[in-house]
Structure formats: C-alpha cells, structure tokens
Design a protein around this ligand. Structure first.
Ligand SMILES: O=C[C@H](O)[C@H](O)COP(=O)(O)O
Ligand SMILES: C=C(OP(=O)(O)O)C(=O)O
Length: 362
C-alpha cells in the first residue's frame, strides 16, 4: 500500500514512521456484506442477550471461546463444535462464542489478528480487518452468535454489525473513549472490573454509558465526524477478579450487587471464570464455574452470565519465529481449557441448572 500520507515535517512527525491508508468501513462492508442467515444470527443474538438482562429469558449467558483468534481454520473448527453443543444445551444456556481479535496488553506483545494478522510484526491491519470480518461472517453463518472485546474505537465501524455481545476490558473500563463508544453500540456491553479489582470503575462506566454522549469519531466513509449517541441501557458488570484476589465468590457478588443498587443500576452480573478469577490458571476455571452454578442454585438472581476461555487444546504457547511450529488449536495469548473440559463444564452447568433458572424470571 502506498505510504503517501505522511507529510515530512520533522518537528511534528518526530515519532511517526508512516500513516498508511485503510479502506473505509463502508468499502469493507460492501466487499464482505452481512446477509441472511448471518444477519438473523446477530439479530437473534442481541435480542436474546437483552432478554436475559431483562429477565425475560431465564437462561444463563455463556460467553465461551479462545482467548484470541490467531488461526481462522482452528477457530472455525472450534466454532462448529461449539455450535453443536450450544444447540444441545439451548434449553438452559445461551452460548455465544468469544471471537476476540483485539488484545489489550499489560505492556507489549501480540495485539491480535487485526493488528498483526501475519504474526510477524508486519502489522497489515487492512488485511487483519478483512480476515476478522470474514471470520465473523462465517461464525454467524453457522448460526452461532459472536462476542468480542471492543478495544480500538474505530474497529466497531468495520465489525460491530456482526457482534452480539461486547466486552470492555479491565484495562479500558476507566477510559472515557470506551465509555462514549459503548453508549452508541447497538449490542449489550459488559464492563469488566479494573485490573486492580475495582468494581466502582465498572459501575461508573455503566452509568456513563447509559447516558447520551457526543464525541469525535468516524463515519462509514472513514471521514472524521461528530458522533452523537443515545446511551446504551444494556451495559452491565463483568466480575473478572483483580490483581490481589478473585471476586466470583458470594461475598464479592453481594458487594457488587450493593454497588450496582447504590448507583440505581440493574443487578446484572456476568462472571468471568478466567483472568483474575482463576489466576490465569485454566485448571481453576471449572472450580469457578461450579461455584457460580452453586450460587445460582442457592437463589442468587443477579448472575446472568459467565465467561470461559477455551480452545481445542489446553494451555497456551509462545508465538514461534517459524510459524509452521505453531501448535494447532492452542492459544497464543492466555491459557485456555481444552475442548473436552469445555464440554464437561458446560454440560455439568446445564444439568445442574435445568429447572432452576425459570424461577428467576419475574
Ligand atoms: O486476556 C488476555 C490477557 O489477559 C490480556 O490481553 C493481557 O495480557 P498480558 O498481561 O499478557 O499482556
Ligand atoms: C483481556 C481480557 O480480559 P480482561 O480485560 O479481563 O483482562 C479478555 O477477556 O481477553
């Protein structure tokens, strides 16, 4: 791609190497259009999640999938298996696949398929965006709704119409930019507590996002624009644990409920079994999920969903210099539970909750 947009001006471009053009969101959307049946999957996905948050659908939302998608072939194999399981357990669980293309890093590291699709620091973002959109179309085409973290505020213009549930990550929940963006997103948005465990950060984010905002953004043609939003009334809390300790336990959940009530927000909580809730040790994810299920069976009414980091193979791997050495179906970011564990976690949860959930709907 031509690098002709960088004006050589030594003072003002001291730290810029290049500014490369991108196709506009409208161009990519025309090239890879969203049509039936994928469009129906998204519409249904959003509407079911909204109904779960409104207690009009008693099922437990389960956001399940790899920490990140790095190999679309393995991701699609995973999606096919998950779709089959989702259909089987649909009476109790509403399964949405984690399709995460943007990774927020504590310091540095691979930032996901959009940022560096070739995993070689060539940063072919236009190619990454196209591959991400193609993958999301395929997953939705299977009838499986998708969940993603919205990290770059421009990405939803390219991909948002394919996503049924969005997370704002622990590292960006406090960011005004992400709160503003979320206030205009069409799907429910889960705000994670801060990496330090702060629930108030997420509560403030939910409050902010429920209001209208006006801010600088882009339009479908890629031009900068003033974006005016209406506010998103389906934003909610995701407990993911903090640097000091997990927060999936019943005391932490009760404290989170109290914080939401104090802010006059609906008691809607999703519990992430990974990250700070399992010290990034995937072997602990089943323990967290069992505890969540137990709380619901004991009468908890605020837990509306859960999240699992899962892939075909257990654990994770560092990205090798020779990409042919990558282990198929194994995460290149956080460690995941393998497919067999995923299946038994979800089956056990569904079995334990069958018949219990309808009583939670008013
Ligand atoms: O879920 C992913 C990671 O926890 C997040 O991207 C941070 O990862 P890092 O601490 O390895 O950078
Ligand atoms: C980065 C993630 O989570 P968190 O923001 O909780 O660290 C994630 O879910 O991929």
């Amino acid at each position: 791609m031509k690098r002709d947009l960088l004006v050589v001006d030594e003072d003002n471009h001291l730290n810029l190497a290049a500014i490369d053009p991108m196709p506009s969101p409208a161009e990519l959307r025309t090239r890879l259009p969203l049509a039936a049946p994928a469009a129906q999957t998204v519409a249904t996905g959003r509407s079911v999640v909204r109904n779960i948050l409104d207690r009009r659908d008693p099922r437990l939302l389960a956001v399940v999938g790899p920490c990140s998608i790095h190999d679309p072939a393995a991701g699609l194999e995973y999606a096919r298996r998950l779709k089959q399981l989702a259909d089987e357990l649909a009476d109790t669980l509403y399964i949405v696949m984690r399709v995460y293309f943007e990774k927020p890093r504590t310091s540095v590291g691979w930032k996901g398929l959009i940022n560096d699709p070739r995993m070689d620091q060539s940063f072919c973002i236009a190619e990454g965006m196209e591959r991400a959109r193609r993958f999301l179309l395929e997953v939705n085409q299977l009838g499986l709704p998708a969940a993603a973290e919205a990290l770059d505020p421009i990405s939803p213009h390219y991909l948002g119409e394919l996503i049924s549930w969005v997370a704002i990550g622990a590292r960006t929940t406090e960011s005004q930019t992400h709160r503003e963006m979320s206030s205009g997103l069409p799907m429910p948005v889960g705000f994670k507590n801060g990496t330090d465990g702060s629930v108030d950060t997420a509560v403030n984010a939910i409050l902010s996002t429920s209001h209208p905002h006006a801010f600088l953004g882009i339009a479908a043609d890629g031009r900068t624009a003033i974006v005016r939003t209406r506010g998103n009334r389906y934003s909610h809390l995701v407990l993911r644990g903090g640097s000091a300790r997990p927060n999936y336990d019943s005391v932490s959940v009760a404290l989170a409920e109290r914080a939401l009530a104090k802010a006059q927000l609906p008691p809607n909580i999703v519990i992430d079994c990974a990250h700070g809730n399992s010290y990034k040790n995937p072997a602990l994810q089943p323990t967290v999920l069992s505890d969540v299920v137990h709380q619901i069976k004991q009468g908890n009414r605020s837990i509306v969903g859960t999240m699992i980091e899962s892939f075909l193979e257990a654990g994770n791997q560092t990205i090798p210099a020779d990409l042919s050495q990558l282990r198929y179906g194994c995460s290149v970011t956080d460690p995941c539970v393998d497919w067999a564990t995923t299946e038994s976690m979800l089956r056990d949860a569904a079995d334990a909750l069958r018949g219990v959930l309808p009583g939670r709907c008013s």
